[in-house]
Design a protein around this ligand. Sequence first.
Ligand SMILES: Nc1ncnc2c1ncn2[C@@H]1O[C@H](COP(=O)(O)OP(=O)(O)OP(=O)(O)O)[C@@H](O)[C@H]1O
Length: 254
Amino acid sequence: MAPDSPPREPLLSLQDVTAGYGAGLILKGVTLSATSGEIVCLIGPNGAGKSTVLKTISGLLHHRDGSILFAGEDIGRLSSRQRLDRGIVHVPQERSLFPAMSVWENVLMGAFILSDQAVIRTRMEQVAETFPIVARRRHAQAGSLSGGEQKQVELARSLMLDPALILLDEPSIGLDPKSRTSVFASIAALADEGRTVLLVEQNARSGLAVAHKAAVLEAGRVALTGTGEALLDDPEVARLYLGASARGPAKAAR
Ligand SMILES: Nc1ncnc2c1ncn2[C@@H]1O[C@H](COP(=O)(O)OP(=O)(O)OP(=O)(O)O)[C@@H](O)[C@H]1O
């Protein structure tokens, strides 16, 4: 009989992380992990602290207690720039392109910490291959693109540093169904390239469908974890976050 393969070390591991703003505590002991090439989706009610989790990982907010390990290193006291150097990028919820600049210029901005022009050229070619819109609309003003197209360009820009971990905050917010589908397809493609994606998503059904692993965050704590599939089939998750009955019973009823 073949021996069991050893468990894979997580690329990212949060243990009992607490964090907050000013005197208030928002994260009250978050434990979470992600391995390479995994999509992990965080769902939960408004104000639960999902975006705050992403900020503590990218360093926009420093955590108070607990630990944040990335590739075996404790990164909890590093600056955002140092975390960026290690391959952690954060794509925020709000639109973040420079609207008056071209698509190409916006994507180039993603390489702002690189100086080697040959590396930048190669990365641009790779990124344009993954996101064809970058070449197709290269001269278009970013502000003239639709919301879905802008999100594609933001994802493209985040790849310029060849990140190992991409923190994605509500990438489908405000998008029409077609754009949403293509954004989730792009997220799946990022993981297929071996990148790890930690995704915060209000559109829980689509987020869970694309995720290998998922967690429900409630009032600053992880209330439930499982595969994306398992959470989609969980009647309580369905009632609270999917706006309908769980997939299993719904299918059986048809
Ligand atoms: N910069 C800030 N200063 C003070 N409080 C903040 C700040 N950012 C967020 N908060 C508060 O922290 C709590 C958690 O916010 P967070 O954005 O992490 O929640 P969320 O789960 O992502 O919610 P949503 O789905 O609404 O984006 C909220 O009560 C919010 O008002």
